[in-house]
Design a binder for this molecule. Sequence first.
Ligand code: PMP
Length: 435
Amino acid sequence: MTRSSNLFYQSRLARPMLDRAEGIYLWDTSGKRYLDGSSGAMVSNIGHSNPRVIEAMKKQLDKSSFGYRLHFQNEPAEKLARMTAELMPEGLDRVFFVSGGSEAVESSVKLARQYAITQGNDKRWKVISRFPSYHGGTLGAVALTGYDPLTKPFAPMMREMPKIPAPLCYLDQDNLDDEARGLKYAEMLRDEIIAQGPETVLAFIMEPIGGASTGALVAPDSYYGRIREICDEFGILLIYDEVMTGAGRTGKFVASEHWGITPDIVALSKGFAAGYSPLGAMVAKSDIVDAVLDAGGFLHGFTYAGNPLACAAGTAVLTELQRLDLITNAAAMGEILKSELTTLMDRYPFIGDVRGKGLLLAFELVSDRETMVPLPKGLNAYNRLVDLAYERGLIIYSRRTRGGIEGDHFLVCPPLIINRPQIDEITATLIESLD
Ligand code: PMP
């Protein structure tokens, strides 16, 4: 085997070399233009090469790029924590910075555990999660992730956590109405807590709207409130993994706002610094944080956490999110894009479902819309459609999973700065590719 590069990623997939990016477009070194229909991996919420963010980062770079957090406080970190707390639902006001989504998830779980210890609940350590789900690539986050191909090889190296089914309601063939179905899935958490022994359960973690795991799956409204009630009933912390749904993606700053839910801890990353710097945050209620700090401190941290350059990028990104009113735009453009995708169902009987909120949207391809039987695996639809769109200059994001069963779903999640003509461009290219 000849070696073409010293660099390696997950696979031998060769893609063109990136040259530059601006707004919702990227160009490769041959000059070909691509519409970023998935914001990278749901990251570039404010679009590429925003001049105000670049300017803010340059200014910070001229002053200082790194100051170790145990040696100095820094103003960008203070400011970003203030801005984040103002944007979060009331009560979530203590912010801990990290460098990515997996770190934000791990921090949430470790804070929960240390809080339980301060409350004399040493026996509480199990974090229930869902199947399917995605919570990150580090071993602690893998233990929470419900997706066998990514987790099974590592099973002997970690303590796998209990899982309950995610509410894949659109596949259910029963006659329940939406509300009853939401409650049915929420009660599975209660059953699992009882089966595990409530005195051993520390927390429940969920993506409020599934991302790569379920393809923009939104649960019935009744699900969210009932989950909060069940956690409260047993004194279990509720952790929302908003790594993908946060920073305006779904038409609210965080998705929990759609249901008026206040989780105890929230993990943020991706759109939070929108690709301008590796950055994430854990946001928690102050009584949890104070109990841990008063008991001697939070035994956790990462070297790059809260560095001034990353925080200057985050501050500028959140400023742009507000100045350009991008959360409102995400809600408005999301409605239009979702209705365009839904219209495609008339033309293509093999589109089985269109779902999502704001600009976290997905469609799923099936053999039969009535029974939702998936396309044959050999068809390789999830790769082929992505490649056909890519050839035509449109980037979308696909997975062939819906839990333990097969299913080709495609996330269509452009930057929140998108406008109507650009949505039409996405739809036109999708039609060419689907044809
Ligand atoms: N949680 C969710 C919901 C995610 O979508 C991701 C990334 N796809 C992560 C956690 C992990 O984030 P990172 O890759 O930045 O570590």
